[in-house]
Design a protein around this ligand. Sequence first.
Ligand SMILES: *[C@@H]1O[C@H](CO)[C@@H](O)[C@H](O)[C@H]1NC(C)=O
Ligand SMILES: *[C@@H]1O[C@H](CO)[C@@H](O)[C@H](O)[C@H]1NC(C)=O
Ligand SMILES: *[C@@H]1O[C@H](CO)[C@@H](O)[C@H](O)[C@H]1NC(C)=O
Ligand SMILES: [Zn+2]
Length: 349
Amino acid sequence: MSLLKAYFALLFLLCVNVFAKKDVNGDFYVGRNQMIYRTEELSQEKFLAYSPLSNGTHLREAVKNILVPRVVGSAGHTMVRDYIASDLRDLNWNVEIDKFHETVPILGKLHFHNIIARLNPDAERYLVLACHYDSKYFEEFEFLGATDSAVPCAMLLNMAHVLQEALEPFRNSKLSLMFIFFDGEEAFKEWGPNDSIYGARHLAKRWEDDGTINRLDMLVLLDLIGAADPTFYNFFPNTEAWYSRLISLEERLSNADMLDHYISNGISRQYPNRYFQPNTMRSSFVEDDHIPFLKRNVPILHLITLPFPSVWHTKDDNESIIDYLATENIARILRLFIMEYLLSSQHNE
Ligand SMILES: *[C@@H]1O[C@H](CO)[C@@H](O)[C@H](O)[C@H]1NC(C)=O
Ligand SMILES: *[C@@H]1O[C@H](CO)[C@@H](O)[C@H](O)[C@H]1NC(C)=O
Ligand SMILES: *[C@@H]1O[C@H](CO)[C@@H](O)[C@H](O)[C@H]1NC(C)=O
Ligand SMILES: [Zn+2]
């Protein structure tokens, strides 16, 4: 994740924007190449069918498998990569490893591997969800990175498991689902344009050159998720209508009493205590894996907890920080979002 300086600049922005409540009930979404998509609510029947789906046992298992030190080039890194790839291959996803090498500060020449998993390898367009699976190198201690980003990656694997049946129709549809597990998000020495997001920079460039980038409908990037009471914001006007679907789904699930311990300690999650905040930040200093794609005009949803979890880039970002109830709630909202996107965007084909 980006510089501390940027973090404080952002907190300042946050204060400015919190009171500028925006109307987010947009129905239309202007996508790539100015195509206009209509967002459509999940039918009540589908909402009732998908909402109860979950598997907390599997989520914990996935976290356990990823939550080891996994600095690029280490044995843990290889282990986690193999785990992610084989877990999705077992579910019949098409998995590609995008391999390259680069010389980095401190550790020298390293081999990087982005993991790209496609539900339908022949689809024309993709909704993309992404996280980074490398962990940050620290000289003084072994960093585990539960929120950064073992939990987000586990959430993606868990989503593929939980929605296995529901996603069946999208194995041969024109619009399908893609997961990217980026490598080398973290800086080795100091965050900067040449020392950070190695995998994302490589992949965006490669896909610009071969045209694949035009097939990405939207990139939904998950980062720093897993601690208690996360809050999210929208950053980009062109994805506001989709972001507003997250707000609506949170509300719909809450009204249906489908969010666990959503009301805790007698405090109800009315605004401003909701997960998905109704504000757009018109500018953001949070640099992350989405940047090389944003620069190439890919619509972005950046789902990163703001403010950052208090354990950010410390040895305390470990298993003990994980709030599984909140994580499951976010995962539940995201699963419905995926289904709503895939189903309603099908009508736009
Ligand atoms: C949940 O996940 C666990 C562990 O992967 C698996 O053994 C179990 O069968 C799953 N439960 C359901 C209902 O799918
Ligand atoms: C990053 O690398 C490019 C190309 O090697 C170089 O031109 C640029 O000055 C570097 N930027 C920084 C901030 O180090
Ligand atoms: C995990 O984090 C907690 C605090 O959140 C800390 O007390 C504990 O020492 C950490 N465990 C390890 C193994 O570093
Ligand atoms: Zn980080």
